[in-house]
Ligand binder design. Structure first.
Ligand code: ADP
Ligand code: ZN
Ligand code: ZN
Length: 735
């Protein structure tokens, strides 16, 4: 028998809960400080990249295969980050291998080496200087002029180019292809300009800043301040303090919040390079930002959800802006919540965490009230700005044309005539939500998402010519005649943003109308360009999306909210919270120092309790009332949920699996209630039948004890191989 050698216990990105044992790559035994190194291993006929998660005793070592090679000279995931990720894997009941893979930038997941984080710049070549006067107008010429004007012979820093010229990377590639410009390594990130001074903080801001400065070690703060109350100024103060102490700061922003203006504000006010992490970057750019943080070179990292996995060897502060935002929750794969994980990391790193919002989630308010978070309030808009006036417009029995009452149209006209801009908000994209046959009642349904008992309508798009399913993406032209009765009387029912746009263009032909929704803003820079063209002149924005606060709209005086009524009657337990947050956030965009703002809510339910509370009492009154209801109904934050979802072509398969899961749960003796298997609220999507099983418990501990006990057995169920299933701990919605 061969000598017993310690083995590598490797976490691999496969949907299996265990670690996999390998002999170390040729030469040398496994050592404890191999933990956290990436390694390439054979796995069946494939090769996979994994991370060493432990060292085995070497029993049965002679039956094991050897790992192929090391990918890192030292551990990549180690210390706090590795321990926090182990916690996350345990908490979400997701395999450690998949969790670690999720935390790594894609390039590193694929096995590429940790990239070099040299700072780079651009300069004109000799040929470039010569050719410059003859270049055609356009981006490349603009870039060439910038480079020529930069006295700095070392080259112009890429970070600074980001500030100065949009889309400069394409222009740089074009110049480089012609030999006119070249990319050069520069000694150190350009000594950024000294930090610009900010406004003098008002009393409330000072109190918040003082509370933050006094804390040492981990503490959670809820910075609860109305829109425009100067929360960002408080973050900036805390970040400046953190940087001055020689520590790194991490700032998380929602998916739509990462605007060039936001980044410029951080850069100019803090005087350090901002390392950005978001989904719009190339794999290489992401890996570089991550590596710069890993090496401690990046002092300030600003990013969206997955930036919560940034290594912070010298951490000093974590900020989560707009903490209520749904984009912090990952909805597939490892279903983590970046806000919650930021708190876990803050605790492990022993640094303060600031959660900021004008409309805090009920979870966070509940935690603040229970004393688990320090509650910092900013109750007034900063500077001179006044809160907007809110009017509820009762449109019962009023004629509506394309969803707008005459009064609303007149109001829009008045605001435009006064030189203001108007935002018309409607949370339905497309032309109309439904296509109806006026003669027989047929409606266009998605064939892949409907069942005999539950129909999913296709949305009308393209000015009334195209049908699209918002759930599975299926598309088809609008039929010429009703497929059931042959009638030509097919009519779009209901209102989407496209239809509003059409109506507003017709009503106000002399003003620009800009539609903003996920279709028109899929590309981040497209939105920036459209807004730049829109400018400050009177005009109308219409959309489903709330513009992030980085998009400055100083002339916005009127916000019109159309058709919130669907949201008032949704079955989802979080629907009211989401609607209230949306209304308050969109209303918060109206009015500035010199221009009073008005918000008009057009509704058929002016007496609705939610609207009434919100309009008369504000967000906190709503939150108080809603928390009482959640408590009575046993919903979060008074209960802790875990949702098993299963999908299969045949509904029986999905139900058999969930029934087997249910069979594994103890009948009695736990504080966990189990509901289901039952059809999902959307019982079919893209041809798959969907069912679910909900677990609910008043205590987190009981829920997790139960999951700990049963999840390994669920992986082993024979039925598990016949369905697609997932477990969502703390689901955001029950879909
Ligand atoms: P929030 O993050 O709460 O939405 P911001 O920090 O972006 O608010 O501030 C809103 C606006 O008010 C910004 O233009 C900001 O420069 C300005 N502002 C913030 N604090 C002050 C202050 N103390 N005095 C004057 N203006 C301020
Ligand atoms: Zn018909
Ligand atoms: Zn569909």
């Amino acid at each position: 028998m061969s000598a017993v050698l310690p083995t590598l216990r490797v976490a691999l990105p496969v949907p299996l809960p265990q670690l996999f044992d390998y002999l170390p790559p040729a030469g040398g035994p496994a050592r404890p400080d191999d933990v956290g190194r990436r390694v390439r291993v054979p796995f069946g006929p494939r090769e996979l990249v994994g991370t060493v998660a432990g060292i085995g005793t070497g029993e049965a070592a002679d039956t094991l295969r050897a790992a192929l090679d090391w990918l890192d000279p030292q551990p990549l995931l180690h210390g706090e980050l590795l321990e926090s990720l182990r916690w996350l894997s345990h908490y979400t009941h997701a395999p450690l291998g998949e969790t670690l893979a999720t935390a790594l930038p894609v390039a590193l997941r694929r096995g590429e080496p940790l990239p070099d984080t040299q700072a780079w710049g651009w300069r004109l070549t000799e040929a470039g200087h010569t050719a410059l006067p003859g270049l055609r107008q356009g981006r490349p010429r603009q870039l060439a002029e910038l480079l020529a004007a930069a006295a700095d012979a070392d080259g112009l820093d890429e970070d600074r180019l980001d500030d100065r010229l949009e889309d400069w990377r394409g222009a740089a590639r074009s110049l480089a292809r012609r030999g006119l410009a070249e990319r050069v390594a520069i000694a150190a990130p350009a000594a950024a300009a000294p930090p610009a001074a900010g406004p003098h903080l008002n009393d409330e801001q000072q109190a918040a800043a003082a509370a933050l400065r006094q804390s040492s070690g981990f503490a959670a703060f809820l910075l609860d301040g109305v829109t425009g109350s100067g929360k960002t100024e408080v973050y900036l103060q805390a970040i400046a303090d953190c940087l001055a102490r020689g520590r790194q700061a991490l700032v998380l922003v929602p998916e739509i919040g990462l605007t060039p203006q936001t980044l410029a504000r951080f850069r100019t006010r803090l005087g350090v390079p901002v390392h950005v992490l978001h989904s719009g970057l190339s794999d290489g750019e992401r890996a570089r930002a991550w590596a710069a943080a890993w090496r401690g070179q990046a002092r300030l990292v600003v990013g969206t959800r997955s930036a919560v996995f940034t290594p912070l060897p010298e951490a000093g502060l974590i900020v989560v802006d707009e903490e209520h935002d749904g984009s912090y929750k990952q909805q597939d794969g490892i279903r983590y919540n970046a806000r919650d994980f930021a708190l876990v990391r803050g605790k492990a790193l022993d640094v303060p965490v600031i959660l900021g919002s004008a409309t805090p989630s009920l979870e966070s308010l509940h935690n603040a009230r229970g004393g688990r978070y320090a509650h910092l309030r900013l109750s007034r808009r900063a500077g001179e700005a006044r809160p907007p006036r809110v009017r509820v417009l009762d449109v019962r029995k009023r004629p509506l044309r394309d969803g707008l009452s005459a009064e609303v149209l007149a109001g829009v006209g008045d605001a435009l005539a006064a030189g203001g801009q108007v935002l018309v908000f409607k949370n339905r994209r497309g032309y109309a939500p439904v296509l109806l046959c006026h003669d027989c009642g047929w409606t266009a349904e998605c064939r892949r998402c409907s069942t005999p008992l539950h129909s999913t309508a296709m949305t009308v798009h393209g000015g009334g010519r195209r049908l699209q399913c918002h759930h599975c993406g299926a598309r088809q032209p609008v039929p010429l005649a009703c497929p059931d009765c042959g009638s030509l009387a097919l009519q779009p029912q209901g209102i989407g943003t496209e239809r509003l746009e059409e109506r507003l263009v017709e009503a106000f032909p002399d003003f620009p109308v800009l539609r903003i929704d996920s279709a028109s803003t899929a590309r981040r820079d497209a939105l920036e360009q459209q807004l730049a063209r829109f400018g400050d002149a009177p005009g109308i924005l219409v959309g489903t999306q709330i513009l992030a606060k980085g998009h400055d709209l100083p002339k916005l005086t009127r916000v019109v909210v159309v058709g919130i009524d669907e949201g008032l009657f949704s079955a989802d337990f979080r629907a009211s919270e989401k609607l209230a947050q949306q209304l308050i956030q969109v209303a918060g965009r109206a009015g500035r120092a010199d221009l009073a703002g008005e918000v008009w809510l057009q509704t058929h339910h002016p007496e609705n309790a939610l609207l009434h509370t919100l309009v008369n009492g504000g967000y906190h009154a709503f939150a108080d009332a809603e928390l009482v209801q959640r408590q009575a109904a046993g919903f979060p934050p008074f209960a802790h949920l875990a949702l098993f979802r299963a999908e299969a072509k045949q509904v029986e398969m999905a139900n058999q699996f969930l029934a087997a899961v249910r069979g594994l749960l103890p009948e009695t003796g736990t504080e966990v209630e189990c509901f289901g298997p039952m059809p999902a609220p959307m019982p079919r999507r893209a041809g798959f039948q969907r069912t679910q099983l909900l677990l609910s418990s008043p205590t987190r501990r009981a829920l997790h004890a139960l999951l700990d006990a049963v999840v390994p057995a669920i992986h082993a169920l024979p039925q598990a191989r016949r369905v697609r299933w997932s477990l969502d701990v703390d689901p955001l919605d029950l879909y």
